[in-house]
Write a new protein. Structure first.
Lengths: 118, 336
């Protein structure tokens, strides 16, 4: 039922207000005297060189892709976890087949070295 | 929909948010005092009796600090990122019940804000959103430390989220419901920490990784990345990240207590003191759980990043999956 989520909307609105209120509070009361040194990126006191955002390692993308795959698995298991008592044995077997198929992909990624980090 | 119901929600929401922000202030003090004791120091004790005014002093100092914005930063995202980080932290505890119900001014007040049929799903969804704030903060700062810290935080949080999702499935399987109240009530006779010990341990480890606390605080490893994704943040924007981290610590403790430690039941019967015994139980469990988190920080060294990712993917994730499969099989075969 959608009405269950109305209280969530209320607290969400209040949280939004708190977040922006705190940012505005700091902006109003904080001094603002920027200099060239202050507004350059912090690199432990060295003069910064090169761009701040560089190309990132492909590992991070790989983790992202694997995460999407297995997180969807969690989403599929969740509704089953609520009704698996009523489904009984057939439901259990079906879910285990589903998990095994997905875990074959997991083992494949593991063997291919997708989970190594160097 | 009655107006009085909306007013009740607004009051409850205000209460939760004030409790969490106040709790955040005193969690910082709690952590500093406990850590100090564990390192044979005294800790902050000058501002007010027992240092109780220290959070107030810190807050006032942060309000009057200059806020720096790096010149090449993406200004809009730079300002939005701390807000995006703090909102999930503030709203995540909305589904956690604190007790049964109390009578205030002749009106029965249920001691929870939202009673969602998909409570556990809500928890997972909201934890996922907080990753955005951290990624955007790291990226928009245009700082090498911040970018690396943000990337590391993202990779770590999404990796551990899988195992955490499966660990949360343990109590869902036992209770046969995703409603938090059903899960808590299913633990009247036995806490889920006993039949779900493995899920509990996985939840403990992954929740520490999820809130970037020691020993999984790689994203903010001071020796390598200064402050990680919030290197460039100062003043109240920094305070928002700090707030998000500590509120998430409180939230993780509350959720863990509700999923595995019986929530508002036990040691006091939840209907005692006109229903106020429930919140007291939950509060006590939360404080003990947070003490444990601080204790871990004082004891364990930081894990190397490659080991951390391997622990998440190769140990915790398969273990959590196996736990779900075995739990379901046992319940279906033996009946429970």
């Amino acid at each position: 039922m959608a009405s269950q989520f109305f209280p969530i909307l209320v607290i969400l609105a209040l949280a939004l207000f708190v977040g922006f209120f705190v940012v505005v509070l700091g902006t109003i009361f904080g001094p603002r005297r920027p200099t060239a040194r202050k507004s350059s990126p912090y690199e432990s006191g060295m003069v910064p060189y090169g761009p701040g955002t560089r190309r990132m390692s492909v590992r991070y993308y790989l983790v992202g892709v694997l995460f999407i795959l297995f997180d969807i698995e969690v989403v599929f298991v969740l509704p089953w976890a609520v009704v698996f008592r009523e489904l009984g044995m057939p439901g259990l077997v079906l879910m285990i087949v589903f998990l095994v198929v997905l875990e074959v992909a997991f083992v494949y990624a593991w063997k291919k070295g997708a989970l190594e980090w160097e | 929909m009655e107006v009085s119901l909306w007013i009740e929600w607004v009051i409850k929401s205000l209460f939760i948010i004030l409790l969490l922000t106040g709790g955040f202030a005193y969690t910082t003090l709690y952590e500093r005092r406990v850590l100090a004791r564990m390192q044979v120091r005294i800790g902050p004790n000058r501002a007010g009796p027992f240092g109780l005014l220290q959070p107030v002093a810190d807050g006032i100092k942060l309000i009057f600090k200059e806020e720096l914005i790096p010149e090449k930063a993406d200004k809009l995202i730079f300002i939005l990122a701390p807000v995006i980080t703090v909102i999930p932290a503030l709203i995540i505890t909305a589904v956690v019940p604190w007790g049964e119900s109390v009578w205030v001014f002749g009106r029965e007040i249920k001691l929870y804000l939202a009673d969602l049929d998909v409570g556990v799903l809500y928890l997972m969804a909201v934890t996922s959103i907080s990753v955005y704030g951290i990624t955007l903060a790291g990226w928009s700062s245009n700082n090498k430390y911040a970018t690396l810290g943000g990337l590391r935080a993202t990779a770590q949080m999404i990796s551990y989220e899988l195992a955490m999702g499966f660990a949360m499935l343990g109590p869902v399987l036992m209770a046969g419901s995703m409603r938090m109240i059903d899960i808590v009530n299913a633990q009247r006779s036995m806490w889920f920490i006993l039949p779900q010990a493995i899920a509990f341990l996985i939840y403990l480890a992954t929740s520490l990784a999820e809130i970037n606390r020691a020993p999984f605080d790689m994203p903010e490893a001071e020796q390598e990345l200064t402050a990680g994704y919030h290197t460039e943040y100062s003043g109240m924007k920094f305070a928002l990240f700090f707030m998000a981290e500590y509120i998430k610590m409180i939230a993780i403790s509350m959720i863990g207590s509700s999923l595995f430690l019986g929530g508002y039941h036990w040691p006091l019967p939840a209907h005692w003191l006109g229903g106020f015994a429930g919140p007291i139980n939950l509060f006590g469990k939360t404080v003990i759980w947070m003490f444990f988190i601080i204790w871990v920080r004082a004891t364990l060294p930081r894990i190397r990043y490659d080991k951390l990712m391997q622990l998440g993917w190769k140990v915790l994730f398969p273990l959590a999956l196996l736990n779900v499969a075995v739990t379901a099989a046992v319940i279906v075969l033996v009946g429970g």
